[in-house]
Design a binder for this molecule. Sequence first.
Ligand code: FEO
Length: 398
Amino acid sequence: MTINTYEFRKGIYMISVNDLRTRLFESLWDIPEGIAYNAYLIIDERTVLIDGVKGIYSEVLIGEVKKLLGGRGLDYYVVHHGEPDHSGSFPKLIKEYPNVKVITTEVGFKIIRSLYPVSFNHITVSDGYELIIGNRKLKFFQTPWLHWPDTFMTYLYGDKILFSGDAFGSYGALTNGLWDKDYGDLHLSLSKRYFANIVAAFRSHVPKAINKLSGYEIDLIAPAHGPLVGKVSDAVNTYLRWSKPELERKVLIIYGSMYGNLEEAVKHVAKGVEEVDVDAVVMKVPDTPITYLVRELFDSPAIVLGIPTYDGSAFPYISLVLNLMKIKRFEGRYVGIVSSGLWSAVAESKVMKDLDEVKATVDGKVSILGHPKGDDITKLVDLGRSLGRRAAEVVSKQ
Ligand code: FEO
């Protein structure tokens, strides 16, 4: 764990804790780059803490807050969203500052109460509620489902800062600077994977939130994860594109292979995809962590599933992929199927219901017994070409 404390505007501090020890964020998503939990402190006639950190880092946050307050009390504590990667420090903060007024939405209040059996002073904010804290004024915007129902954001007039909670956040510990520009293209890449993993299921709510904020000039965005965002219009436009989502010219090939036969088969599919000048992204399950699978599923217009038959059903990790597509609402994609087996290849028939549920269009199926050979190879290359053409067509019409 390392901590960055940074006065990025006079009297406005970022307190960011780098977590390099959590392997799976939300117990699901691999984060080899680590993650930062960002809290913010505004010191004016009144003092305001915005968000917190994961519970194990409570003392670190409280130590920094106390140091910066220099003996003053904490007047307000804004809890944008109840997920414990931010609210974990809530009970210890309340113990340290028992008179603080906690600011949440109505739903947020219920979530915090359900998580932490402590009493506290509380203000429920409605959409557009304003709070004067001395020379500064805050405004609260409800932005539900980005990515929980309790979510809201805080706008600071004058300094023109949007404290955005999880939205506009990214994976990655802040070890190389505290601004988006310090990370170049890596920031976009980590933001996109974070968006695909965490926000994408509720992406239809992005334009509503951005619309709500449209009348307000924003000089910088201060998210709850990742660096401060100085390139505000780029970030907003990128979020709007991702909310559609913008699909890329590629075919994603996800396959399982117990003994290498299906692995060999998908090489021919990839060859077909590349023959029509489209990128083939090939990922094996379960070897590829789901953070990367979901990142690629998010913006692939065409997907090929390589499915071994296992105990008369589909290889379980492919079922997981389909379940992730459902959960994340990755709908309306073209799908090709390669099913394999040794005495019968029935996997394909076991996934049709799942594909229906994600409104997929099945663009071709190849069934193989054992190692691919003869006609199999021609059919596999053809399948790749067909899916490649579909991907190119989708992207050209966006
Ligand atoms: Fe970073 Fe949804 O909490």
